[in-house]
Design a protein around this ligand. Structure first.
Ligand SMILES: Nc1ncnc2c1ncn2[C@@H]1O[C@H](COP(=O)(O)OP(=O)(O)OP(=O)(O)O)[C@@H](O)[C@H]1O
Length: 386
């Protein structure tokens, strides 16, 4: 069926006007927008508060009726029951019944989709393992931290093996490791041919997983396109090389000065993101077997989602994937001169962990005190370890 569909979503001139008690227009929440979402793509819906994202999502879910325009979801009206069966939705706030356990919650949602008892049981086991919540399956949802509830919300959105997933702020309330797992999960779902729409205020999350973005403001589409096309600064160049010896660097600078005729340029060291650095620290701490509570790392991809191909079980290989940076040869200092910025912070950033967290000689070796302290502080800050 999916092969015959041209687009997962087709919106043409979509408009939603909210009216007041007397039927007078109160807010034009969505104003004549047109877009498509193609099968297998991950698309980000962005915009500041009040720009019309939730209203658009509610129309896609068939919860709000458009005032004007055409809206097709999975080739049908968004209000059709068949359409709803093939959509998974993670709301911004996870609306979970606090007296049910995780198992009971997923069993309830599975029964709404008429899954057999045996199928429900199998999927629940796999999903709880996948979102790292198998150990808390018999605890009431009301006792969960925000991040734990978010993980159950994600499992709930996938119980029906949906073709099209709408995830509203999927990483909200998750710690950086949880964010990384959810992003990997989204990429795995994409590799399985699922289509995913994400709304998020965390632009770095969107950038990590989305193929395309739609940016709304005042109910109108202000920008739309592939991230490569929108973000590449095509009239500038960046060359990244291993650290060059001073003589070679002087030659490069000479060539640049000759060719740029007085225009300013920048030479610096590349910088890792804080997320990469953080994940390195936690991965090292994990390899030291430091105890933690709350959620465990996500398990392997649920079998019914993975279709038997375990090679791309990204969650499973999360820890192995995050490799520490290769040891750097001591680079000769770059010459300080006009137009050349040497980013010393990078060196501090990459060199500190070497002294703060030396590689353990054996897996049982005691972790460095500083690393322990940092881990304890992070647990305090993240606040979702129970
Ligand atoms: N039920 C409603 N009745 C009247 N106006 C509404 C209603 N729902 C939304 N609006 C208005 O429509 C506009 C768009 O709201 P919407 O909730 O879609 O924005 P949003 O982009 O999702 O914002 P946020 O990021 O804060 O969730 C806002 O001006 C809002 O006040």
């Amino acid at each position: 069926m999916a092969e015959q569909r041209e687009s997962i979503v087709r919106a043409v001139g979509l408009t939603k006007v909210f009216r007041d008690f007397w039927g007078r227009p109160k807010a034009k929440a969505v104003n004549d927008i047109s877009f498509t979402i193609e099968p297998g793509e991950v698309i980000g819906l962005l915009g500041p508060n009040g720009s019309g994202k939730s209203t658009t999502v509610k129309m896609l879910l068939g919860l709000l009726y458009p005032t004007g325009g055409i809206l097709n979801v999975l080739g049908r009206s968004p209000r059709a029951v068949e359409t709803k069966r093939e959509i998974g939705y993670l709301p911004e706030e996870s609306y979970l019944y606090k007296y049910l356990t995780a198992e009971e919650t997923l069993d309830f949602f599975g029964s709404l989709f008429n899954l057999s008892r045996a199928d429900r049981k199998k999927r629940i086991d796999q999903l709880l393992d996948m979102v790292g919540m198998a150990h808390a399956r018999r605890r009431r949802v009301g006792e969960y931290s925000k991040g734990m509830a978010r993980r159950i919300g994600l499992a709930q959105a996938m119980i029906n093996d949906p073709e099209f997933l709408i995830l509203d702020e999927p990483t909200s309330g998750l710690d950086p490791l949880g964010c990384k797992e959810v992003k990997d999960l989204i990429l795995t779902l994409k590799a399985r041919g699922k289509t995913v729409l994400i709304t998020s205020h965390l632009l770095s999350d969107i950038e990590d997983v989305c193929d395309r973005v739609i940016i709304l403001y005042g109910g109108k589409v202000r920008a739309m396109g592939g991230l490569g096309e929108l973000l590449t600064v095509s009239d500038e160049n960046r060359i990244v090389t291993p650290a060059l010896p001073q003589a070679a660097m002087n030659e490069v600078l000479k060539i640049l000065r000759e060719n740029l005729h007085g225009e300013e340029f920048t030479v610096d060291h590349p910088r890792r993101t804080l997320e990469e650095f953080f994940l390195d620290v936690i991965t090292k701490a994990k390899s030291d077997n430091i105890e933690t509570a709350g959620v465990s790392g996500g398990g392997k991809i649920a079998e019914y989602l993975s279709k038997g191909d375990e090679k791309s079980a990204v969650l499973e290989s999360l820890v192995q994937e995050i490799k520490p940076p290769p040891p750097r040869e001591p680079a000769e200092p770059l010459p300080e001169q006009k137009g050349e910025t040497v980013d010393r912070k990078l060196e501090q950033l990459t060199e500190e962990p070497k002294s703060a967290a030396p590689e353990p000689e054996t897996p049982q070796a005691k972790p460095d005190e500083k690393l322990k302290e940092a881990d304890a502080k992070l647990n305090d800050i993240l606040g979702n370890r129970k």
